[in-house]
Design a protein around this ligand. Structure first.
Ligand code: GLU
Length: 280
């Protein structure tokens, strides 16, 4: 490993308390701990519709059991709503976001239309202006979407550093279209919150699973727009279960708490993990 690169990196582990941690989360925390020599623990609890306090308690217990101490106090997204609202207000002022009043059903009809694009673009052009005004007036609430093309034109070409390969990767938003930066129910989004958080926490190396690599393009663009520093990114392999399928909370992957209750030791667990990646 190139220890010169990692010695000074600030990493983070950012679980969402929407379920119990499983082996995949343990590996993510191990990677953050290994490459950062400690890590910021951030609880991604912005989605009040799905997050539960008892899962946060379980996360802290699991990390203690794993012997992966975090640095300082844990930080909570739910305490940073003002910072996210400020960032959204800034994007609104730049006229790079627009309100989208489409329901889920209307949006999927737009996306499945013949010759329609697979990612949403300019969804503010779909409803007649009077209908948009009616929905705005009746308090329906809107999601805010980023005008991706205009945003990229505003920043100019951007890249992010892939610490796994040592390469600069050009930002490509074609798969995302006009991404939602503030959901109608929570007033922010995963994308907007994490770029603010990573900047506030001084994160220099974001370590997370390869399933989130696509999001990095959105994050780099938001950093460019909001004048935030661009950390390096390392997307680690995903831990798969016995079936070879990626572990996910929604599939009820075996939780660390239940493995522990059935006698698994940390040594057994570590022995099942892929090797830890290096920073190049
Ligand atoms: N909270 C996210 C999750 O649990 C991870 C966020 C991130 O690493 O950027 O999937």
């Amino acid at each position: 490993m190139n220890t010169e690169n990692t010695a000074h990196q600030v990493t983070r582990f950012a679980p969402s308390p929407t379920g119990e941690l499983h082996l995949g989360h343990a590996y993510s925390a191990m990677v953050a701990h290994h490459l950062g020599n400690g890590y910021v623990l951030r609880i991604d609890d912005i989605d009040h519709t799905r997050c539960r306090d008892h899962f946060t308690t379980g996360i802290l217990e699991d990390l203690c059991w794993l012997g992966l101490p975090w640095t300082g106090d844990p930080v909570f997204q739910s305490q940073r709503r003002d910072a996210y609202a400020d960032a959204l207000a800034r994007l609104q002022k730049m006229e790079l976001v627009y309100p989208c009043y489409l329901s889920r059903k209307e949006l999927s009809a737009v996306l499945s239309a013949p010759h329609g694009s697979t990612a949403p673009h300019a969804t503010d052009m779909v409803l007649p202006a009077v209908e948009m005004a009616r929905r705005a007036a009746d308090g329906s609430g809107a999601a805010w979407r980023l005008r991706t093309d205009a945003a990229l034109a505003h920043t100019g070409p951007l890249h992010w550093f892939d610490a796994r390969t040592g390469q600069m990767v050009p930002v490509d938003l074609s798969a995302h279209g006009d991404v939602v930066v503030a959901r109608r129910d929570i007033g922010t989004s995963y994308h907007l919150s994490v770029v603010i958080d990573d900047a506030l926490d001084g994160v220099t190396l974001v370590t997370r699973g390869a399933d989130l690599a696509d999001s990095t393009h959105v994050h780099r663009l938001l950093q460019g727009l909001l004048d935030l520093p661009g950390p390096a990114y390392l997307h680690h392999d995903l831990v798969s279960g016995d079936t070879g399928k990626r572990l996910a909370k929604r599939d009820h992957a075996t939780s660390l708490a239940s493995l522990r209750a059935h006698g698994m030791t940390v040594d057994n667990l570590v022995a099942q993990m892929p090797p830890l990646p290096s920073f190049r």
